[in-house]
Design a protein around this ligand. Structure first.
Ligand SMILES: CC(C)(COP(=O)(O)OP(=O)(O)OC[C@H]1O[C@@H](n2cnc3c(N)ncnc32)[C@H](O)[C@@H]1OP(=O)(O)O)[C@@H](O)C(=O)NCCC(=O)NCCS
Length: 216
């Protein structure tokens, strides 16, 4: 079955749709509420950078007059860390302090598991001199399998090549099976892989945190 869709640059009106799809797909393609009570904590902390600080590397897929998927990216890891550390995370922290977010047992458990995984070195990354760019991609569930993900990545890679960016990486897990298949089929190489127990409280098995990269 084919689907008519277009890929176009992000505009500020797409922000809500990107945040909605990001929340709807954050648990291995399913809604984030499996491990976090208030999805605003996740989208404010991890997506604001891409929509508000580097929108030039964001793209959306539109089908039947609605945003059905997106790719957001960053080409400068130093700027990313600076904005996250000095602007976004302090703002999220202040909101947290004021009680803006609903924090429950799931969020606490998730943050604890991430902290443990970090301490144990279970979150593989890339050499940023070789792979300075990164991205996140998500397609709403009913629109998967139509080629949108592949087209979004091809468009982003073209933009990176035109800008002279030498490499790009992304982080995922072995549980994101379609995603791993897609990246491998597009020439991404597994740069690192670490077994982790961080999801055991939800899926009763160990999975791998993976980092894929592609030189351009
Ligand atoms: C991973 C994802 C972005 C891929 O986007 P998509 O539009 O569904 O993928 P495409 O239609 O472009 O298909 C890409 C490839 O995956 C294959 N594929 C698509 N759906 C599949 C499925 N359900 N099972 C197995 N393979 C599948 C396609 O056949 C294609 O492979 P090919 O090029 O070898 O034929 C999308 O499925 C998604 O958002 N998944 C949930 C969230 C997620 O995992 N995000 C990535 C986090 S790192």
């Amino acid at each position: 079955m084919t689907l008519e869709y277009i890929i176009r640059p992000y505009c500020p009106n797409d922000r809500e749709a990107i945040f909605r799809i990001a929340g709807d797909t954050a648990y291995f393609g399913e809604p984030i509420e499996a491990y976090m009570e208030d999805r605003r904590l996740f989208t404010d902390a991890f997506y604001t950078f891409y929509t508000d600080y580097e929108p030039e590397h964001a793209r959306v897929a539109v089908a039947e007059d609605q945003v059905v998927g997106f790719l957001v990216g960053c080409t400068d890891p130093h700027r990313y860390r600076g904005v996250m550390g000095l602007e976004i995370l302090p703002k999220v922290g202040a909101r947290l302090w004021r009680g803006y977010y609903q924090i429950g047992p799931k969020t606490r458990r998730y943050l604890w598991e991430v902290f443990k995984a970090f301490i144990k070195g279970e979150l593989p990354g890339a050499d940023e001199t070789l792979y300075p760019a990164h991205f996140h991609i998500n397609i709403a569930s009913q629109w998967r399998g139509f080629g949108i993900g592949k087209t979004l990545i091809v468009t982003y890679l073209q933009q990176l090549i035109e800008s002279g960016v030498p490499g790009v990486y992304l982080q995922t897990t072995s549980q994101n099976k379609t995603a791993c298949h897609l990246y491998e089929s597009m020439g991404f190489r597994l740069l690192g892989s670490k077994r982790t127990q961080m999801w055991r409280w939800l899926i009763q098995e160990d999975i791998e945190n993976r980092c894929y990269g592609r030189r351009l």
